[in-house]
Design a protein around this ligand. Structure first.
Ligand code: 13P
Ligand code: SF4
Length: 375
């Protein structure tokens, strides 16, 4: 595991304007040898330097297509940079400006636990009967296990397409590591709640009865996002009372009870599309990370856009990518020093690539991007 070293003292003395102007001139010096990819949850100070912005699905596609760039600077979190490294072409390198930018959800499943779970399930159900599918928010080692065992990766924008791909093969699913995304998508596809038991890796047999696992259609790993988990059904009620006629749209990492009450749900890209396309005067309550909600509100001044909850819902790890760290990696790169390169070991990368490619092939650009309305 790599740890982030503190930045040199001189970064404390530089003001933001100076840093922005240095990033800007370094950016132009690199030309198309460098590409900066930014997730929608990034701070504005970094977001303004993005060559491309997107949700984790779109960014994974972009990472696999920008062949001309020697260096991909990934302004997002660790699992996204790992996926970019897995999908990169030739000698490209991927840099994460702050190594502390992890994901608490991805940390809720470690490979040893997942291997143990897979073994438990193999003793209960025919291994040919089940596919492991992992959310993008997981380690490369877990993606590799999915690739090896016939499964795939999915993101919030194509989970339904990937689930369908598994169901069409007559398989049941072990879904890692976000129980909420798995439940929301399963339910949308007609799977009953009692057919989706939760497997808790800290308990024997995941805390499930053998029959429950045997009869399951989707086995949900017990993991969640600490940011989206903070949105509650009462927030939906309160917004509707306060702003009559408001539409509620949430990310599928939110709890089932919240998604059920919302008018619509989808990935960060879908949220942006829906709000942007709505007529002037529309009112929206958005259940996702604060930076995206604030940017949507600023870009849609003819509409009213609010966070679904009254408190600030920020992703603390996305937040670690800031202007000083972006400048630090670019300055070092300009001097020939590669800082914070994310490298997935080749044996892991090989199978993780298989799982990622199954996702990209089963949901080509644009497909699966519109999870439908929840009635
Ligand atoms: P998207 O797939 O919508 O980009 O979401 C990724 C994520 O980490 C949300 O918490
Ligand atoms: Fe992970 Fe949640 Fe942050 Fe997304 S918002 S990166 S799932 S902790």
């Amino acid at each position: 595991m790599q740890f982030q070293t503190p930045l040199p003292e001189r970064f404390n003395r530089m003001d933001m304007k100076e840093m922005a102007s240095r990033v800007s001139s370094l950016r132009s010096e690199f030309g198309n040898r460098l590409v900066i990819l930014c997730h929608h949850y990034q701070k504005d100070e970094v977001f303004e330097f993005a060559d491309y912005t997107g949700d984790s699905y779109k960014l994974s596609q972009l990472a696999s297509e920008r062949e001309e760039a020697e260096t991909i600077v990934f302004c997002g979190v660790h699992f996204m940079a790992e996926s970019a490294d897995i999908l990169k072409k030739g000698d490209q390198r991927v840099i994460l400006p702050d190594l502390g930018a992890g994901c608490s959800m991805a940390d809720m499943a470690d490979i040893d636990q997942v291997e143990e779970c897979w073994e438990t399930l193999a003793n209960l159900v025919d291994p040919l009967d089940i596919l492991p599918i992992t959310y993008m928010n997981s380690s490369a080692a877990i993606k590799a296990l999915c690739g090896r065992e016939g499964g795939a990766v999915c993101t919030s924008s194509n989970a339904e397409t990937v689930f369908q791909w598994a169901f069409d093969q007559g398989k049941r699913i072990l879904f890692l590591p976000d129980e909420h995304l798995g439940r929301n998508v399963g339910w949308e596809m007609g799977v009953r709640l009692d057919e989706m038991p939760v497997y808790d890796p800290h308990q024997e047999f995941g805390g499930c009865a053998a029959d429950e696992l045997r009869d399951a259609k989707v086995i949900l790993w017990k993991g969640h996002c600490s940011v989206h988990g903070r949105f509650l059904p009462e927030h939906v009620d309160r917004m509707r009372e306060t702003y009559p006629g408001i539409r509620v749209i949430v990310h599928p990492e939110c709890r089932y009870e919240v998604v059920q009450k919302a008018d619509d749900w989808g990935s960060t890209e879908k949220i942006i599309r829906e709000v942007t396309a709505s007529p002037p005067g529309s009112k929206w309550a958005v259940g996702t990370e604060q930076h995206l909600v604030d940017r949507l509100a600023a870009q849609n001044s003819d509409k009213e856009v609010y966070s679904l909850s009254g408190f600030v819902c920020q992703c603390a790890t996305m937040y670690r990518i800031d202007l000083p760290h972006l400048l630090w990696v670019l300055e070092n790169l300009a001097e020939g020093e590669v800082k914070n390169q994310i490298t997935v070991p080749p044996d892991e990368a090989e199978w993780a690539r298989v799982a990622l490619r199954r996702m990209l092939d089963s949901s080509p650009a644009g497909a699966g991007l519109s999870l439908s309305r929840v009635d």
